[in-house]
Write a protein that binds this ligand. Structure first.
Ligand code: KG4
Ligand code: ZN
Length: 354
């Protein structure tokens, strides 16, 4: 079985081809990514209309390139997996329209994938892959959640952010510190030169037994420190960056360990863009080793958005017998879509764009 995966939910056009090997395991043959980061940089964040237009320009050539890299032809594709949501409506529609157009032309089914399920399962593409069940910390630009993952498709939400996502906090801190967009990798690098203890920022909701997160206050703490600095030289910016990273990492790790201690499993999977963060990886490795637990991440290049995780989640859906989407006339995208409420039960307040 050959699966073509397509991801266009935000500012990365991602394509992958994944094959089920003879032993029944998924094997990534090739994946390609076109990042729009440069295009959005001048605006300090993603401009939805520009994102949609760029996906239109890039997607078909990227599919050709990926097939060529994997040594396969379009006609060999058995199923097309595409991100159905959550994400930017226009950007999602580009991927969905191309997927359904190809599916119609080739006479192949299309599987609509939840973007967060893609992130959640992406560590299965690492070696070794985590066995089920596991506890998952999912931290990206749009979401920060703790989930109990009993098996592929069985997700229970344990806690989530009440305001900003961890990645969003990194991006906002990056803007305030003048390191540009996206803030995550740049703030992390700047923090390397920070003086420990020069600043200390609050750890919102860290006490008690809550598994929810709140990061919006940290942005205010960074803003206040930046404004109060008489000389915002490189060293002071690095000191602020370090205090910020320390606070985010401390909160994420403390809650992940709290959830782990309660869950009855010692296996932690970390996914989403922020799982690429090296300070977080170091801290979690130390915390997990104290518990004699196991820690899993996606391969570094698959931490942020990509087509490989969408192909994998599509494969997983097919294997657990979930039906493909209706044909081109009936497809829809879900810009807002909770992961743990099931495929077809969006909350009443959520809109669906067809
Ligand atoms: O998962 P992702 O690619 O997109 C969403 O689904 O949101 O995550 C992107 C987010 C951005 O906010 C980015 O700043 C953050 O992940 N990020 C990082 C790092 N690399 C990406 N945050 C901290 N440290 C990093 N190394
Ligand atoms: Zn993502």
């Amino acid at each position: 079985m050959l699966i073509l995966g397509i991801e266009t939910s935000c500012d990365e056009t991602g394509v992958a081809i994944l094959e089920e090997s003879a032993d029944g395991a998924p094997r990534l043959l090739a994946h390609r990514l076109h990042s729009q980061v440069e295009m959005h940089r001048d605006y300090g964040g993603v401009v939805p209309e520009l994102a949609s237009r760029d996906h239109i320009r890039r997607l078909l050539p990227l599919i050709d390139e990926t097939l060529e890299a994997g040594g396969r032809r379009l006609a060999q594709v058995d199923t097309i997996a595409v991100t159905r949501g959550p994400g930017l409506a226009g950007a999602l529609l580009v991927g969905a329209a191309v997927a359904h157009g190809l599916g119609f032309a080739l006479g192949r089914p299309v599987v609509g994938v939840h973007h967060l399920e893609g992130h959640l399962l992406s560590p299965l593409l690492a070696t070794p892959a985590p066995p089920f069940p596991f506890l998952a910390l999912l931290a990206s630009g749009g979401h920060t959640q703790l989930l109990h993952v009993e098996a592929a498709g069985a997700y229970t939400l344990l806690g989530e952010t009440l305001d900003d996502a961890a990645g969003e906090a990194f991006d906002k801190a990056g803007q305030l510190l003048g390191v540009g967009y996206p803030g995550g990798p740049a703030v992390s690098r700047l923090a390397d030169f920070g003086t420990p203890g020069a600043f200390r920022f609050p750890r919102p909701l860290i006490g008690g037994d809550s598994l929810d997160f709140s990061f919006s206050g940290l942005k205010t703490a960074v803003l206040t420190a930046v404004r109060a600095a008489t000389n915002l030289c490189e060293q002071v910016r690095a000191d602020i960056a370090l205090a910020f990273v320390d606070a985010v990492v401390d909160v994420l790790a403390t809650k992940a360990m709290r959830a782990l201690d309660r869950s009855g499993t010692r296996r932690l999977v970390v996914a989403g863009g922020v799982s690429a963060n090296k300070q977080l990886r170091t801290r979690l490795a130390a915390d997990i080793s104290k518990r004699r637990g196991e820690l899993f991440f996606p391969p570094l290049e698959l931490c942020t958005d990509n087509g490989a995780m969408i192909a994998l989640a599509g494969w997983s859906q097919l294997r657990r017998g979930e039906a493909p989407e209706p044909g081109p006339a009936g497809f829809s995208v879900r810009p807002r879509w909770p992961l743990s409420a099931g495929r077809d039960s969006p909350r009443a307040s959520e809109t669906e764009k067809s």
